[in-house]
Design a protein around this ligand. Sequence first.
Ligand SMILES: [Zn+2]
Ligand SMILES: [Zn+2]
Length: 329
Amino acid sequence: MKKAGQYFRCIFFFVFSYTVMLPACANQAGVEKAERLWKEYRPLKIRDFGSTQTLSILPLIDYHTMDENLVGEPGVSYLIQTDHHTILFDVGFNQKGTEPSPLECNMKRLGVALQDIDTIVISHNHPDHVGGFENMEKKTFSLGKTQADFTGKRVFTPTPMTYPGLEPACITEATVLGPGIATIGTIPRQLFLLGWTDEQALVVNVANKGVVIIVGCGHQTVPKFLKRVDDIFTEPVYGIIGGLHYPVPDGRIRKFGLDVQPMVSTESPFRGITMEDVQDNIEQIKAVKPAIVALSPHDSSDEALESFRQAFGPAYRELRVGDRIIIGL
Ligand SMILES: [Zn+2]
Ligand SMILES: [Zn+2]
């Protein structure tokens, strides 16, 4: 009997070590590494990178839609147009694996053709930004079930990714992508469950106004991407648009009855995001005095959206599929 007890204690020890202790240690090592890399990195200044008179951001995929003819889902795809370029920023989730995908449906309904797009930028390799889990695992991306022909298009990714018929350019440093358009480079984060995540955001310089920051999921965190933008650019921040990840009190995605987004959004399952964090981030955003703020509902709750509406008043813009945000002339 005593031997059986020892035997079960041994089994429990090994199971506990391999399923809890080792992943927890690896996660903690990743958290420390991400923090160290962030502190060591010194980005170069980008000066005089041009500007656009007009910036148009048309959400093609997000959680809320302008009307019932458009399909909403907890993912991101924005059509960004400047005087010189038309960029597709992320390619949605296609969570249900439908054909056509929500992105393909919405593009058709909004009159957006693939030939209109000259550049594709992927913010980070998470399923709600690359067109599903399968694409994430294969380190690729797709607008729908079939990978469309992107011949002649420029593609920029934050981590090495592949795509049939072309070689996506993996860029980790702050880089100018066109007149008045730049990526802020990747900012690393160790996330519980989803692991190591390098995410980039775009910046567009609107003439006589300042830079508009366009964010995918916002895993970088508000203080870090604001600091990075301040370190790189000389222009003031004019706008902040996109996902900032506030799935409190509840997220948008349920799997096996579990509320997934709060679990994947922090370094530790024991330290979730709170409404106090949302208020703290709001104060940090207020400090840079943006003229336009639009929070993506794909990874933030309606309660968080309401906090932003209250905090920014007339500067706040709804971010909904089909509802174009135009800045400039
Ligand atoms: Zn996301
Ligand atoms: Zn993400």
